[in-house]
Design a protein around this ligand. Structure first.
Ligand SMILES: [Zn+2]
Length: 360
């Protein structure tokens, strides 16, 4: 069996995700990413013909380009991700963890550890093709399922060679909490685990806290899923948080990211914890906002561990720069497995049999 992979977008920089896998005479599009910065054109969809599209999760750089695709192309995503689709867009369910036939290709999904309803995708063709979407091993809330082996791995490398453990990130954020802060966060992503952590910190420090209603709704949606789709031992804390009223004069605000700017919050400082747009980078350089990462992507050693676990023979680091210095650093990490070209013909020598999914 052989397959062709075309990384239409997402290779060589942080950018919209769009990958076409052609196998068994069918073309599947993995993710349909939209622009990360407002007003930026999305060009990968021009003239594109595919038989189906599979969406890993509901962040704009993975789902925002659905509007660019003809509405009749069958679209697969999990029910929680479907809430973010354009109104009236037809969709078919992907399991949160399981297997499904899409256009004659066996697709396995598992929890990616990154966001509410998000999954990784494994195509059982050409020795296995694994696409992580956005993935993380370190979430306090979202499990990461061990995937079946794959000859080819397309992995979330958004953090480049960065490799700081989450415990250190959280410690650094903790040191900033004694000043009035607003933390704008993606409402289906780190928002949920940060809400749990912040409520513990607010209790210990006697700080008034408010959490955006949409973040509360998403925590309730997580609690309504089967309990093996979240890490163990957290249900009571989620319940307590949902019943906790917002403070009238919060020192700490966890808000859904709505492009907040410093003038929107005259009595608080903005603390960003994720990807910074060019405008926010300028604000950070000018001392107008704070930044400390909260890990939600694979850090370098975890990416290498995942490539090893997959027994991957070729590995493409996605969503990260691949200029000469970066490429040589990735070659140090991945050796001859590194792929940096957008088109690949995959001829697996031996078919890799799918192993049973490991649950967290
Ligand atoms: Zn994401």
């Amino acid at each position: 069996m052989s397959a062709t992979i075309q990384i239409l977008s997402g290779l060589g920089d942080k950018g919209p995700a769009a990958i076409v896998v052609e196998a068994q005479g069918k073309r599947l599009l993995l993710d349909a990413g939209g622009a990360l910065h407002p007003g930026e054109p999305v060009t990968w969809a021009q003239g594109l013909a595919v038989d189906a599209v599979l969406i890993s999760h509901d962040h704009v750089d993975h789902i925002g380009g659905v509007v660019e695709l003809p509405a009749q192309i069958p679209l697969y995503c999990t029910p929680l991700v479907a809430k973010t689709l354009p109104p009236q867009r037809a969709w078919q369910p992907l399991p949160y963890r399981g297997r499904l036939d899409v256009e004659g290709i066996a697709v396995t999904t598992g929890q990616a550890g990154h966001s509410l309803g998000g999954v990784w995708l494994h195509l059982d063709d050409a020795g296995g093709i694994f696409y992580s979407g956005d993935a993380c091993f370190e979430s306090r809330l979202f499990p990461f399922d061990a995937p079946p082996p794959a000859h080819t791995a397309l992995l979330d490398a958004s953090y480049g060679r960065y490799d700081q453990p989450q415990a250190q990130c959280i410690h650094a954020i903790g040191k900033a909490l004694d000043h009035p802060l607003v933390l704008p966060v993606p409402e289906t992503g780190r928002a949920l685990e940060m809400a749990l952590w912040l409520s513990e910190e607010a209790d210990q420090r006697h700080l008034p806290l408010a959490i955006d209603p949409i973040i509360r709704d998403n925590l309730a949606a997580l609690l309504a899923l089967p309990n093996d789709l979240r890490r163990k031992g957290l249900d009571a804390a989620i319940q307590a948080l949902l019943q906790r009223p917002n403070a009238r004069h919060p020192a700490l605000w966890l808000v859904s990211d709505r492009d907040d700017d410093p003038p929107d919050w005259p009595h608080h400082r903005l603390l960003h914890t994720g990807y910074l747009t060019p405008q926010r980078r300028q604000q950070l350089a000018a001392g107008e906002v704070l930044w400390q990462r909260w890990n939600v992507h694979l850090r370098a050693s975890h990416l290498v561990a995942l490539a090893h676990q997959l027994q991957a023979v070729q590995v493409a680091p996605l969503f990260t720069p691949l200029h000469a210095d970066a490429e040589s650093a990735w070659r140090d990490l991945l050796g001859t497995r590194l792929i940096t070209q957008p088109s690949l013909d995959v001829e697996a020598q031996t078919k890799v049999l799918s192993s049973p999914l490991l649950t967290p």
